[in-house]
Design a protein around this ligand. Structure first.
Ligand code: DQA
Length: 155
């Protein structure tokens, strides 16, 4: 599990930017689908948008389902909102869905690619029904759009 905190003090609290399996390979992983930006670029981009809106941010990535569940639980004490790209667990994980429901934090589901233009198994998300907003197919800019959503939702 990797964590990139942006420690900028911010009056509006912290946004957790949580990324699931294989997203550590962004930049080199299927660039025709996911583009050339790395996860560090995502942390910088979303972190800057969060800072501009008065939030601090922490970007966490793990390839392990239980780590993602733990990070969502921990967010209850540390974050005011969650931006979640659960990667392939989106399409399989009741455990991550239950964690989102449990913590009752505003949560935005993000997918870099347009999952609806891809294989049938990517069309179903266990997470969408318990998230407040869903952003798909906007590339890594989707994380910035998610910050913008939380900016107005938490106003
Ligand atoms: C993804 C889409 C998922 O279907 C896939 O398993 C990923 C990335 C996206 O950001 O487009 O790992 O969540």
């Amino acid at each position: 599990m990797t964590s990139t905190p942006d420690a900028t003090p911010a009056g509006r609290g912290e946004l957790l930017i949580l990324n699931g399996p294989n997203l550590n390979l962004l930049g080199t992983r299927e660039p025709a689908i996911y583009g050339s930006d790395t996860l560090d670029d995502v942390a910088r981009l979303a972190g800057a948008a969060a800072r501009d809106a008065g939030f601090s941010s922490e970007c966490i990535q793990s390839n392990h389902e239980g780590d993602l569940v733990d990070a969502i639980h921990a967010a209850r004490g540390t974050a005011v909102g969650i931006i979640l790209n659960a990667g392939a667990y989106t399409h399989t994980s009741v455990a991550i869905r239950d964690a989102i429901s449990a913590v009752e934090l505003p949560t935005v589901e993000v997918h870099i690619s347009n999952v609806h233009k891809r294989e049938e198994f990517r069309h179903h998300s266990y997470l969408s029904p318990v998230c407040d907003a869903v952003i798909v197919g906007a590339g890594v800019h989707g994380y910035v759009l998610a910050v913008s959503y939380l900016d107005q939702a938490l106003a």
